[in-house]
Design a protein around this ligand. Structure first.
Ligand code: HEM
Length: 375
């Protein structure tokens, strides 16, 4: 059993003490969660102010897409959306599949995190952003340290983050000289043609896309694989009916979401929610994990079932800030699973689940850091 399934029953809306020492409201139901994520009376911009109640000690960049309210949010989001259109995402399938296949070729054993999820996510995000192939190793070494995916000291992490920022500025210059069919090229075009983006916004966007897109897919691939390894009958079902995989991906996203809680929103005014009164200036966080197990309409949500039809979930959030990379993440997960099923039908863990190591509890993104398997 995965060690972090939500424990029922919990109140619909409950006061919690964050690791920062701040008190916030946690919303644990699906419908109430959607309400918070769409209601403009709950603000992201107010939540990044220095004095706002916070769940994590790190304050997000106030110019980042995730920190904006309408109308500034909509303006910036429209620009980035151009690079995430379905055709652009579909074009990634071939390269993702080739990489996944190459990583598993002629292997009988692998660490599914360091040997599969990490290189696959690195090459996908590099391809999408426009990091030249020859520089992908350097990029992933920096990104792994910057995000503590590879264990390192806070100082090493900070220095990797600033090196990464300088690298992105150089990459933006390169894309200006040699524009290409990638996200950076699209953003540079928006900057030059429409004057829609200043340099600071551009660099913040690139950093956000890396933050939001890299460690999430690593963690989610690990969590999805582990959930299947812990449910051998579900794994066998997936192996014998690969056509189930797109649905299985949805179920795995529901069952083992890599980002368990939303960002904080702050109430602009007093708001009644689920029988509680949220006061002006108070912080609210949605437990995406609890919402995914909210059994108001469905039965047996504690059970992993790869045949489940359209399991509703909040894994990618909802409303104006809904995950921009959801289609890309789904695509990568589907291809990763399809290739794993094809190459390694007899997949099994080579250590007991209790011996696995995990990302630190305070990390925004969760997941195992090792997943040794053989077949
Ligand atoms: C399984 C993988 C992923 C999960 C579970 C995930 C989850 C989320 C969630 C829950 C949010 C909304 C948070 C909130 O509103 O409080 C979000 C936002 C976002 N995600 Fe993802 N994400 C994933 C992968 C990606 C990828 C691959 C990219 C891009 C390459 C990406 C880019 C973004 C961006 C830019 C936002 C902010 C959107 C906005 O503020 O308008 N994500 N993600």
């Amino acid at each position: 059993m995965l060690p972090y399934l939500p424990r029922h029953p919990v109140p619909d809306v409950v006061r919690v003490l964050a690791p920062t020492g701040d008190r916030l409201w946690l919303v644990t139901r699906y419908e109430l969660g959607r309400q918070v994520l769409t209601d403009p009376r709950f603000s992201r911009a107010l939540a990044v102010a220095g004095s706002a109640p916070a769940i994590h000690p790190l304050r997000p960049d106030p110019v980042a897409l995730t920190s904006l309210d309408p109308p500034a949010h909509g303006r910036l989001r429209k620009l980035v959306n151009r690079a995430f259109v379905p055709e652009a995402m579909a074009a990634q399938e071939g390269p993702i599949r080739r990489t996944a296949r190459g990583l598993l070729k002629d292997r009988r054993a692998i660490d599914l995190v360091s040997g599969y999820a990490m290189p696959l996510s690195a090459s996908t995000i590099c391809q999408v952003l426009g990091v030249p192939e020859a520089e992908q190793d350097r990029f992933s070494r920096l990104a792994d340290r910057a995000h503590g995916i590879t264990p390192c000291s806070p100082q090493e992490s900070e220095s990797a983050r600033s090196e990464l920022r300088a690298y992105f500025a150089a990459l933006a210059d390169l894309a200006r000289r040699e524009p290409g069919e990638h996200l950076l090229g699209t953003l540079i075009l928006a900057q030059e043609q429409d004057g829609a983006l200043d340099e600071q916004e551009l660099l913040a966007l690139i950093e956000l896309l890396l933050n939001a897109g890299y460690e999430t897919t690593i963690g989610q691939t690990g969590l999805a694989a582990l959930a299947l390894l812990e449910h051998p009958a579900q794994w066998r079902e997936t192996v014998s009916r690969p056509g189930l995989i797109p649905g299985a991906v949805e179920e795995l996203l529901r069952y083992a979401p890599v980002v368990p809680i939303s960002f904080t929103r702050v109430a602009r005014q007093d708001i009644e929610l689920g029988g509680e009164r949220i006061g002006t200036g108070e912080g609210v966080v949605v437990s995406l994990l609890h919402a995914n197990f909210d059994a108001a309409e469905h039965a047996d949500l504690e059970v992993l079932d790869v045949r489940r039809d359209m399991p509703r979930n909040l894994t990618f959030g909802h409303g104006p800030h809904v995950c921009l990379g959801a289609q890309l993440a789904r695509l990568q997960l589907r291809v990763a699973l399809e290739e794993l099923v094809r190459a390694a039908p007899g997949l099994r863990l080579t250590v007991p689940p209790t011996a696995l190591r995990w990302r630190p509890a305070e990390a925004v993104v969760r997941g195992p850091t090792t997943l040794p398997v053989s077949w």
